[in-house]
Design a protein around this ligand. Structure first.
Ligand code: HAM
Length: 413
């Protein structure tokens, strides 16, 4: 029996690599004052049909449950978050800065950087209309990647604005109700043949050339200027470029939008997000009207980029080594001392050390091999020296004799 296509088994090594990313995400989010939340893995299908829009709806893992409800495994967090906040908006001081690290499911074609199951960090700020929030959100996003050992030579935030495209569309005589369809054409214009784009744009009275000309202009709109200023003031300006090719596929975005790509352009997007100022109102039938913005960053493309970036991979490997399963390995050199050894194991574990020992009798040489294999820094040999024990630092092979009663305090130092 194999896993389903696009799903992963996480053996301990894979799990440790995944946890490296998840731990960093949590640490940086907290450093920026974001607090963690979560929601259900299964949601009513209509939540996504109505709020996500675009390709995502065709990628849902959806089914009828035993109560005949049409449900879907969560493919993203934003509609859930909007519902949660709209339901209890008064309980929270604004602006809210919330993050979560959920697992998502999308029935996509499996390819490099895209699976059918993945983890995605979400950071969102709700209740702040000013561009200071867009700058703060972009800064936390950049610092997530910097924290993982990636630099401005490795990735870039491509900053854009749906407002700018809205104005472009309105000036060309486009109607607001056609905007989203137009955005979807823009979203694909760079990759699609010009004739195809021309054909799709004809009904709006626009041409591929006009769209591409605007797309390639690099002048920041008035909306983007303060965001850039906020990032420059933090010294993070080198991580950002204006790029109007970004419009985002999801239906709910309204203003500033962005996506993050690797500089070598080998990978799919690392992260994407932006403002969705109308979603809470939409979710609450107009009862709660709060501006909002956020982003999602997946673990799959990020892990590929870390693997391919030597400095980032070295930083990860050092972390993994530090996260070894075992600090101290207790070697039982004489089986008649097993009870004494067990008492020491327990004392060390109570003191917070990661301790392992052989469950059954084994030769001392084999036990040392196990200690090395587990990455233990020290071995404690319980045997003929009792009531003293030998403490060996495995890297240097240095040994000291310690009274067993003083072992915990000695190793704690
Ligand atoms: P999204 O662009 O659909 O946005 O996804 C964001 C990121 O999730 C992508 O850039 C990618 O790294 C990762 N991702 C998406 N699909 C897959 C997949 N099939 N396999 C692996 N990774 C994937 C959203 O989901 C928005 N809800 C983000 C957001 C939060 N906007 C505001 N707040």
């Amino acid at each position: 029996m194999q896993t389903l296509p696009g799903f992963r088994d996480f053996y301990p090594d894979d799990c440790a690599r995944r946890n490296y990313i998840l731990t960093q995400w949590r640490e940086v989010a907290r450093r920026y004052g974001f607090v963690e939340y979560d929601g259900p893995v299964l949601e009513p299908m209509e939540l996504y049909e109505k709020k996500s829009g675009g390709e995502l709806v065709g990628q849902l893992f959806d089914f009828d449950d035993k109560g005949k409800r049409h449900v879907a495994m969560r493919p993203e967090m934003t509609p859930t978050l909007a519902r949660m906040v709209a339901a209890r908006e008064r309980d929270f001081k604004k602006p809210l800065k919330w993050f979560c690290v959920p697992q998502f499911f999308r029935y996509e074609k499996q390819q490099r950087g895209r699976l059918r199951e993945f983890y995605q960090l979400n950071c969102d700020i709700i209740g702040e209309p000013l561009p200071a929030a867009d700058a703060e959100l972009t800064a936390v996003l950049i610092d997530m990647l910097r924290g993982l050992g990636l630099t401005e030579n490795d990735f870039v935030v491509r900053l854009s604005s749906r407002t700018a495209w809205q104005q472009f569309f309105a000036q060309a005589g486009g109607k607001p109700e056609d905007e989203y369809e137009f955005f979807q054409v823009v979203d694909k214009a760079e990759r699609a043949p010009a004739e195809k784009t021309d054909e799709l744009l004809r009904k709006f009275g626009l041409t591929a050339q006009a769209v591409l000309d605007f797309m390639h202009s690099k002048t920041p709109t008035a909306e983007l200027v303060p965001v850039l200023e906020g990032l420059n003031a933090r010294g993070l300006g080198a991580f950002v470029e204006i790029d109007y090719a970004i419009v985002r596929g999801l239906a709910y975005y309204t203003g500033v939008v962005f996506e993050v790509f690797d500089r070598s352009k080998n990978e799919r997007a690392l992260a994407g997000g932006g403002r969705y100022d109308k979603l809470l109102s939409l979710m609450s039938d107009g009862k709660v009207d709060l501006p909002a913005l956020g982003f999602g960053m997946g673990d799959v493309v990020l892990a590929n980029l870390i693997n391919d970036t030597p400095a980032a991979a070295a930083q990860r490997d050092a972390w993994l080594k530090d996260e070894r399963a075992c600090d101290v390995y207790v070697i039982i050199a004489q089986e008649e001392r097993r009870s004494d050894a067990l008492a020491l194991v327990q004392q060390l574990r109570d003191a917070g050390q990661r301790v392992d020992f052989p469950l059954t009798a084994a030769k001392v040489g084999k036990q040392f091999q196990t200690a090395e294999l587990l990455g233990a820094t020290r071995a404690v040999l319980v045997g003929e020296e009792w009531p003293q024990v030998k403490v060996k630092t495995l890297a240097t092979r240095a040994e000291v004799l310690v009274p067993s009663a003083e072992l915990v305090s000695t190793l704690g130092r």
